[in-house]
Write a protein that binds this ligand. Structure first.
Ligand code: FDA
Length: 534
């Protein structure tokens, strides 16, 4: 085990200075900054690492990775400081000083949290932003890579593609998502049917715990290593880097899009999709995105389902396969394109494909204002149910709403529910997620859009998993329950949301938390609580 001790001298200095000046150990922002600056090596480092509210770069650093701009308004609570560490000792000092001065620490990697929990808190807090921890080291010979948490999925995919066209990684669809939060919560993408989740392919990690110790898989032990692969970020420690196993893909893959709207029998085709998509060969992934559009035939508003697919093979093999297994789709060769796997990520992520450099562009996916929710579907929804939810899309609040249906089956069927904290495996036909957006100038009326998505979610209750109504942790939704903002949260209270995200794995997550962070230093509205917290 590798323990990194804090240097004792600066601590003594702080105590001496504070007692000499007669100051109390008030939990103030000034004390925290004083503590931190004493721990950082020199003043030129301080200006690159600590952004206080009066720093001209504070707002740009804060906003740089806010994906849901619902949490970027003048009313949004702001951190006392943003710390952008350059080395691990800066992180250890931040943990030490925020603990000492009673400040909450929010860890941010890619800033894609749906509820903004990596950069917003109702109690005094600081952000530890891993924007300088973004190295990607790919070893094609051993088919592994080390990736730091502050990198994006796009940077990881780019790093792999720069070395080989025959290896990939089964993580999320959107290239701007951060590794840190994504891997911590499971992480699914277009290879989910073939290979499972990102978390299923993590073989080692580097973590700093609440005592500032740097741990790897061996020194943290298998319980904690299990917990960080899907049990959620901001609970067990700060994960600095992950060692991952890469997976094989062919040099050429094929993608397609087929759109069907209400005038083109979409209800019946969606109904059929539910019986087919999870049973297709693992090499074929066909998801569905539902939105309101203007019909190209009539110009009237209609609801459209976009069937978007990745096939790990060439077009000549794909066409007969789809024609045989899913003839209702009417797939034709002109709907298909052959490309490399890395290009297919941009295609399925609905991002421009002008060059692979787009994978590195942190603005390739527009930042929007939204509220989202998720479900798991175990029985096909009858046609009447599909007609019902499609009609809710015609309501005026749904102009910027969408639903994504991600087929499971394949590898997800084979992995036991307790293998990792992510429990939604065998028996799920698909994962459904719903999202509603609105324009910035409509912020004052946000309530009506949030009511729309809550109404939609209530409508879906009949057709989705029950007892618990399961939800995907990485599609964070504070409507399903939350911890007390400050102070003690009981096991019973956290169970309300905990069993929805983790089913019975929630119990083991609580045990691990009790063991590694009994004082509940790493916490937020949906972090796992220890069995009894101070
Ligand atoms: P962010 O930095 O906001 O962190 C999220 C949570 O993890 C916070 O609680 C944070 O404190 C914690 N955390 C972050 N870094 C940490 C670290 N190093 N150590 C410990 N805790 C840490 N999901 C999916 O599975 N497949 C997909 O295709 C997509 N696509 C997608 C598109 C878009 C546009 C968005 C906004 C989101 C997704 N997601 C997704 C969801 C995504 O996986 C989820 O929001 C992740 O938590 C985002 O990770 P970030 O590091 O970007 O978030």
């Amino acid at each position: 085990m590798k323990f990194l001790q804090y240097s004792v001298l600066p601590f003594l200095l702080v105590v001496v200075i504070l007692s000499l000046s007669g100051a109390t150990l008030a939990h103030s922002h000034g004390d925290f900054l004083h503590c931190l600056s004493l721990h950082l090596a020199n003043s030129s480092t301080i200006s690159k690492v600590i952004y206080m509210r009066n720093n001209p770069s504070y707002s740009s650093v804060l906003n740089a990775s806010i994906q849901n701009t619902r949490f970027s308004t003048p009313a949004t609570p702001k951190p006392l400081a943003i710390i952008t560490p350059l080395k691990t000792s800066h992180i250890q000092s931040t943990i030490y000083c925020s603990k000492k001065h009673g400040l909450q620490l929010r860890i941010r990697s890619g800033g894609h949290d749906f509820e903004g929990l990596s950069y917003v808190s109702e109690v005094p807090f600081v952000i530890l932003d891993l924007l300088n921890f973004r190295a990607v080291k790919v070893d094609t010979k051993n088919k592994v890579a080390w990736v730091q948490s502050g990198a994006t999925l796009g940077e990881l995919y780019y790093g792999i593609a720069a070395k080989t066209k025959t290896l990939a990684f089964p993580a999320g669809i959107c290239p701007t998502v951060g590794i840190g939060g994504h891997f911590s919560g499971g992480g699914y993408g277009i290879l989910v049917r073939k290979y499972g989740l990102a978390a299923d392919h993590i073989i080692d990690a580097q973590l700093i715990d609440a005592n500032g110790r740097i741990l790897d898989r061996e020194s943290m032990g298998e319980d904690l290593f299990w917990a960080i692969r899907g049990g959620g970020g901001n609970t067990f420690g700060i994960v600095l880097a992950w060692k991952i196993k890469l997976v094989p893909v062919p040099v050429v893959v094929t993608v397609f899009t087929v759109n069907k709207n209400l005038e083109q029998n979409v209800t019946k085709i969606l109904h059929r999709w539910q019986y087919i998509a999870h049973k297709l060969p693992d090499d074929l992934y066909v998801d569905v995105g539902i939105t309101k559009v203007s019909s190209s035939q009539t110009g009237k508003k209609t609801v459209q389902a976009a069937f978007i697919a990745l096939f790990l093979g060439g077009v000549d093999e794909l066409i007969p396969l789809v024609q045989e297994r899913f003839p209702e789709l009417g797939l034709a060769k002109e709907n298909c394109s052959e490309m490399s796997w890395a290009e297919s990520v941009l295609y399925l992520g609905r991002a421009p494909r002008t060059s692979l450099d787009m994978l590195l562009d942190k603005n390739v996916i527009p930042r929007t204002i939204f509220k989202a929710k998720s479900d798991y579907v175990k029985e096909p929804i009858p046609e009447s149910g599909i007609e019902g939810f499609l009609s809710v899309f015609l309501e005026k609040e749904a102009d910027f709403a969408s639903m994504l249906m991600v087929p499971f089956g394949g590898k997800m069927e084979e992995i036991p529910e307790n293998e990792l904290p992510y429990p939604h495996r065998a028996g799920n036909l698909f994962q459904a997620s719903y999202i509603v957006g609105w324009r910035k100038e409509e912020n004052a009326e946000s309530g009506k859009y949030i009511s729309w998505i809550r109404r939609f979610y209530s409508y879906m209750a009949t057709y989705v998993s029950k007892s618990p109504r399961e939800a995907y942790f990485n599609y964070r939704d504070l409507d399903i329950g939350s911890n007390n903002i400050s102070g003690y949260t009981s096991y019973q209270q956290a169970s309300i949301w905990g069993f929805k995200y983790f089913k019975n794995n929630f119990k083991r997550l609580v045990q691990v938390k009790t063991m590694v962070d009994p004082m509940n230093f790493f916490r937020n509205e949906q972090s796992i609580p220890p069995l009894s917290s101070p």
